[in-house]
Design a protein around this ligand. Structure first.
Ligand SMILES: [Zn+2]
Length: 315
């Protein structure tokens, strides 16, 4: 599927409304810009919202240029790694949540919901992709709705936890979704948001500097599926503008599965560079720095726990 052929729409900054921006890079014809007012990094031209279902069709999960290369196969092959990630998520949820009624928005094939259901959570999912939502319903027997969270019928104030994992950066109208989540959360309910820290994460800044490029100018390969490239500050600003108060922050790391599926290549045509890549990728320097950065909240995954800001909850 050729994403560059999708119908397009132009947008200004969704966070502050400004049209003032500087161009960072152009990836496969899609312009990545940074707002001069608030610093949000976003696509100023993006696939039109009506193409969303086409974007997350079979090829996104299975064989497209953008997205995953064989989602179910990867899950089965690297199941041990997935189980560790799910177990950590489960521990974190038990620690923060006040009840076990959980909604995952953008649940894909439903593997996390399946894991949580086995641990006595009452789980519901919403997923825009007909392909993966049908799998979750038919193969895993999960309560998963196909569509957007605004369009499906869910009982208001009936969820103790809403998960929005790796989803916000894909949404054309993130504030509409955040508004809907407030309607769905129970009085003590919490929202869990996870996004990748892209472009201005330390690893990508270092990569840019090593390539003699300015920080932020590396072309992200998540374009145009990701419409925004968050940093902790801009993600928090979006949540606050959406009417949420953040009560806990966590840092995560992406890449443990990608490193197994697709290990970075070592380029020995430049021996100095090749040696550095060998030490970094193969001898474990990257893994060490990732582990250290998680502790310092500098991992490449940003996790925030939030409640509607009209709530006066003490946690
Ligand atoms: Zn802005």
């Amino acid at each position: 599927m050729d994403w560059s052929s999708f119908p397009r729409e132009k947008t200004d900054c969704i966070l502050c409304g400004s049209s003032s921006r500087c161009l960072l890079s152009v990836h496969n014809t899609w312009p990545v810009v940074r707002c001069r007012e608030c610093g949000l990094v976003y696509l100023s031209e993006r696939p039109a919202e009506k193409t969303l279902i086409d974007m997350y069709s079979k090829s996104y999960y299975e064989d497209g240029d953008v997205g995953y290369k064989g989602y179910i196969r990867t899950f089965e092959k690297y199941n041990d790694t997935f189980m560790k990630i799910f177990a950590r998520r489960h521990r974190d949820l038990l620690h923060r949540a006040r009840g076990k009624r959980l909604l995952e928005i953008g649940c894909a094939y439903g593997f996390l919901l399946d894991y949580l259901r086995e641990r006595e959570w009452k789980v519901t999912g919403v997923e825009i992709s007909p392909l993966s939502s049908a799998f979750a319903r038919n193969e895993l027997g999960l309560d998963v709705h196909t569509g957007s969270v605004e369009s499906v019928d869910l009982e208001e104030h009936s969820f103790d936890v809403v998960l929005l994992l790796d989803v916000l950066e894909h949404l054309h109208k993130p504030f509409d979704i955040l508004h809907r989540i407030k309607e769905l959360l129970s009085p003590e309910g919490i929202l869990v948001v996870q996004c990748p820290w892209e472009l201005y994460h330390w690893e990508e800044i270092a990569e840019a500097l090593l390539k003699n490029m300015k920080p932020g100018t590396i072309e992200p390969d998540s374009v145009p599926a990701h419409l925004y490239f968050f940093q902790p500050r801009t993600l928090e600003a979006v949540l606050e503008k959406g009417g949420f108060r953040i009560f806990a922050k966590q840092s995560g790391n992406y890449g443990s599965i990608r490193r197994q599926v697709d290990p970075p290549s070592i380029n020995m045509s430049n021996p100095v560079k090749g040696f550095f890549q060998f030490v970094y990728f193969r001898l474990g320097l990257q893994r060490f720095l990732y582990a250290a950065s998680r502790l310092m909240r500098l991992g490449n995954g940003i996790i925030r726990y939030a409640v509607p800001d009209s709530e006066d909850t003490t946690r």
